[in-house]
Ligand binder design. Structure first.
Ligand code: ADE
Length: 226
C-alpha cells in the first residue's frame, strides 16, 4: 500500500514511520509512506501558505492554491482516494481503517491553523477526524490513521501481534493480559489463566471484556447489543 501525505511539516513524520512495526513494514515493501511539503508548491515569492479569513475572525486559513498544486503533482493521472484530516470529519473507526487498508493507495492532507479554504474539498473524497478534540494540525491525526490502517495491511503484523483479538475488534474492549512472573509485588495473575483450561479462560476473558467495556465505554455495549 502506498500512502502520500501532504503537509507543511514533513519533518514531524520521520521518527514515527522509521521505527517499530511501521519501519519494518516499509523496509519489507508492504507499505510506502511519502511526505510532500505543501510549501514547495506556493506560487508567491514569500512561500506563504496561509492568509486571513474572508469575513474576519481569529487565526489564519490555509490557501487552496498550494494544496491544489501539490495534490495534482502527487496524484498524477491516477484516481486515488483523498482524505483531509480535520476535526470536522467523520470519526475514524476500526471498520473504516480496515476498508482503507484494502486500497492500493491513499493521499492524506494535513490541515493547519484555523482550517483549510473550503474549496480544497473539491479535491477531497473524505474528511476524517481522530476524535472529538482539536489538535494544532492534521499531522498527528495522519500518523494515527497510517498506523491504524497499516495494521490491517496483510503481512504488516506478524501473527504474534494479531489484530483479530483486541479492543474494538468485536465491539468490546480487550480483556486484561498478564505475563510472567505469576506473582509481582504481591499481585497474583488470576488463577484461571494459570491453570490452562481453555474454555474457562475464554469465558473469563469474555466476562472481563464486558466488565471493562461497561466501566470505560458503556455506550459500546448498547451499540453492539451486548
Ligand atoms: N486536526 C486538528 N484536530 C484534528 C482531529 N481531532 N482529527 C483530525 N484532524 C485534526
Amino acid at each position: 500500500m502506498q500512502i502520500d501525505i501532504l503537509t507543511l511539516f514533513p519533518e514531524m513524520f520521520s521518527g514515527v514511520f522509521g521505527a517499530s512495526i511501521l519501519g519494518r513494514a516499509q523496509a519489507s515493501g508492504l507499505l510506502t509512506v511519502r511526505t510532500h511539503n505543501i510549501r514547495d508548491y506556493t506560487d508567491n515569492k514569500h512561500r506563504k501558505t496561509d492568509d486571513y479569513p474572508f469575513g474576519g475572525g481569529a487565526g489564519m486559513v490555509m490557501m487552496a492554491q498550494p494544496i491544489f498544486d501539490c495534490m495534482e503533482a502527487v496524484q498524477g493521472q491516477n484516481r486515488v482516494h483523498r482524505i483531509l484530516l480535520t476535526p470536522r470529519g467523520k470519526l475514524l473507526s476500526t471498520k473504516r481503517a480496515k476498508e482503507l487498508a484494502e486500497l492500493d493507495r491513499i493521499i492524506l492532507v494535513c490541515g493547519h491553523y484555523e482550517g483549510v479554504d473550503e474549496r480544497v474539498n473539491a479535491i477531497i473524497d473524505e474528511e476524517l477526524s481522530i476524535g472529538d478534540y482539536v489538535l494544532t494540525g492534521g499531522e498527528l491525526p495522519a500518523m494515527v490513521l497510517v498506523d491504524c490502517v497499516a495494521r490491517f495491511v496483510p503481512g504488516v503484523l506478524g501473527s504474534e501481534d494479531s489484530a483479530a483479538d483486541e479492543s474494538h475488534s468485536d465491539g468490546l474492549l480487550e480483556y486484561p493480559q498478564y505475563t510472567r512472573p505469576a506473582v509481582f509485588r504481591g499481585m497474583e495473575v488470576p488463577e484461571v489463566l494459570q491453570n490452562g483450561h481453555h474454555a474457562k479462560i475464554q469465558k473469563w476473558r469474555h466476562e472481563q471484556a464486558l466488565l471493562k467495556t461497561k466501566q470505560n465505554r458503556p455506550v459500546l455495549l448498547g451499540r453492539f447489543g451486548k
